[in-house]
Design a protein around this ligand. Structure first.
Ligand code: NAD
Ligand code: ZN
Length: 345
């Protein structure tokens, strides 16, 4: 079968690789109908993720149809249409029993990282019963790919950890797919104000369309001052960091109001200064999280009920044989205005 294979830092290619097979009784093999590319795939290609070995098929997002299941899989059978979670989880270990699936002792972020992933014709899913979700009939399956990773990430790491509440004020630093996913799901809670901060005007325009009350281009104005002007000098109750660099974590420290929360979502590759000399008396909290995908089932219901439209995040569509072009489009988001690209079988 055809797959997008990581070849070491800076290298990727479409290759013929062996079809995956059921290896453990709890595995399923899924025929991938739609997948996508994530910022984390670009991180791997830059060489930032040494735990991903050359030769690995990339991709941790997707939907598909079950091809075969192991004898220990009881919830699914061949022919079922499923959503693949970016996190595989056994459902039984101590972390899973606490719904911290991202830290499952035999799971976590495996797909397209430590085992072959979804940017292929077929993928093996470990712990299938607790890592796949049945797709309700009548759904736009391609758009459900947004529920494999980015919507649960924005919602769990940003909105839930950030304690977004009715009437509250929220700032989201970073209007990439993850920041925009936080923007869409923050609106479940009716905050009074959602301020989105980015350097890219076209992403800020998207943010306004998606329900931001205000936007700030931090390349042109000082973000912290602009937020203070918008909030009567107080700052925000929730500051969501959705970039992953020291400068944007600093903005969050500068704008969090007394009693507020800094909810870190970004993957940080270098150390960041923590200004306890000013924050110690502010009654704030700082949270971090690897997405658990504990809310995937809930998010599927909000999509089915038309409270959330994941299709809005899709800007480009490709076939699997065009995946190299899809990578170019996604990696050059500033020019292509790409948010998420869908790659279909
Ligand atoms: P992205 O790169 O598409 O988006 C980042 C956005 O930040 C871009 O729009 C960019 O213009 C903006 N930006 C860059 N520098 C900025 C600055 N100085 N000030 C303001 N804005 C700036 O990334 P994404 O896919 O949306 O992901 C966001 C972050 O979330 C990444 O770090 C990603 O690795 C991380 N992530 C975390 C988890 C988790 O489980 N915690 C899961 C998935 C992704
Ligand atoms: Zn587990």
């Amino acid at each position: 079968m055809k797959a997008l294979v990581y070849g070491g830092p800076g290298k990727k290619s479409v290759k013929d690789v062996p079809m995956p097979e059921v290896m453990e009784p709890t595995d399923a093999v899924v025929k991938v109908t739609h997948t996508t590319i994530c910022g984390s795939d670009l991180h791997i290609l830059k060489g930032d993720v040494p735990t991903c070995e050359p030769g690995t098929v990339l991709g941790h997002e997707g939907v598909g149809v079950i091809e075969s299941v192991g004898a220990g899989v009881s919830s699914f059978r061949a022919g079922d249409r499923v959503l693949i979670s970016c996190i595989s989880s056994c459902g039984k270990c101590d972390y899973c029993r606490r719904a911290m699936y991202s830290h499952c002792t035999t799971g976590g972020w495996l797909l397209g990282h430590t085992i072959n992933g979804t940017q292929a014709e077929y993928v093996r899913i470990p712990h299938a019963d607790t890592s796949l979700y049945r797709i309700p009939p009548g759904q736009d399956e391609a758009s459900l790919v947004m529920l494999s990773d980015i919507l649960p990430t924005g919602f769990e790491c940003g909105v839930l950890n950030g304690k977004v509440a009715p009437g509250g004020t929220v700032a989201i630093v970073g209007a990439g797919p993850v920041g925009l996913a936080a923007l869409l799901t923050a609106q479940f809670y009716s905050p009074a104000r959602i301020i989105v901060i980015d350097l890219d005007d076209s992403r800020l325009e998207v943010a306004l369309r998606f329900g931001a009350t205000d936007t700030i281009n931090s390349g042109r104005e000082l973000a912290a001052e602009a937020v203070r002007l918008l909030t009567d000098g107080l700052g925000v109750d929730t500051a969501i960091e959705a970039v992953g660099i020291p400068a944007t974590f600093q903005v969050c420290q500068d704008i969090v109001a007394p009693g507020g929360v800094i909810a870190n979502v970004g993957v940080h590759g270098s150390k960041v200064d923590l200004h306890l000399e000013t924050l110690w008396m502010q009654n704030i909290s700082i949270t971090t999280r690897l997405v658990d995908t504990q809310t995937t089932g809930m998010l599927l219901k909000t999509v089915a009920a038309k409270k959330l439209d994941p299709a809005q995040l899709i800007t480009h569509r490709f076939r699997l044989e065009e995946i190299m072009q899809a990578y170019d489009t996604f990696a050059n988001a500033a020019q292509s205005k790409a948010l998420k690209v869908i790659i279909s079988a």
